[in-house]
Design a protein around this ligand. Structure first.
Ligand SMILES: [Zn+2]
Length: 216
């Protein structure tokens, strides 16, 4: 899942308006921020296998650290704990931990049974990705609701705040459209590098957008 993860981050702004959108993006994307670096390092494995599911040409062979429920929960706990240690806001820490675990749940819904419960444990997945129309419908609906919640919870400080957040949302939609329509990537290393750099850039952009907006 792609847009669905960002949708939960946007929506969480309504619940925890003092957390930067960049931090919310990072929590909701935590497994996907770690995964590409592990792929590049050869620790986790993905294969370009068009048709593995209808939606993605990627076959996730081995990702016990970035995408098992246990390690994601530990990562979410650590992320929330670091935030609490710095800001002393319990609800915000809980929201960040829940976003990370929510990532696993959404991937569990999307992927075929390749999501481990713990490293080496049983692998689960409901396979939404077996249907392209259903995947797109679910993700677009989630994204629309998330964006609406974000924009009802915040207001722009200036024109940059208005256009910046619209541009970020448009960029996410463009990336999604690119994923859906472009040919399979050339290699797993390419997937890793694009994911690694893209993930960091999106978090940075969201943090910048957040500074141009304030709680409504
Ligand atoms: Zn993921």
């Amino acid at each position: 899942m792609f847009l669905g993860h960002f949708a939960t981050a946007y929506a969480a702004k309504r619940l925890a308006p003092r957390i930067s959108l960049g931090t919310l993006f990072a929590a909701a994307q935590l497994p996907d921020l770690v995964w590409p670096w592990l792929v590049v390092a050869g620790v986790e494995r993905v294969t370009i296998a068009p048709g593995d599911t209808a939606f993605t040409p990627l076959r996730f062979d081995h990702y016990p650290l970035s995408h098992s429920l246990l390690t994601v929960a530990v990562g979410g706990l650590a992320f929330g704990a670091v935030h609490f240690w710095r800001k002393r806001r319990r609800l915000d820490a809980l929201v960040l931990g829940a976003l990370a675990v929510g990532h696993w749940v959404l991937d569990f819904v999307s992927h075929r049974p390749d999501m481990p419960l713990w490293p080496g444990g049983p692998r689960l997945g409901l396979g939404l990705w077996n249907s392209v129309p259903a995947t797109i419908a679910v993700e677009l609906a989630m994204f629309a609701v998330g964006l609406w919640l974000f924009h009802s919870a915040t207001r722009a400080r200036d024109r940059l705040g208005r256009w910046g957040s619209a541009s970020l949302a448009a960029l996410l939609l463009l990336i999604y459209a690119g994923n859906v329509t472009s040919p399979p990537p050339p290699s797993s290393q390419a997937v890793g590098w694009v994911g690694a750099i893209g993930g960091v850039l999106l978090v940075a952009l969201a943090a910048w957008v957040d500074r141009r907006r304030e709680p409504a």
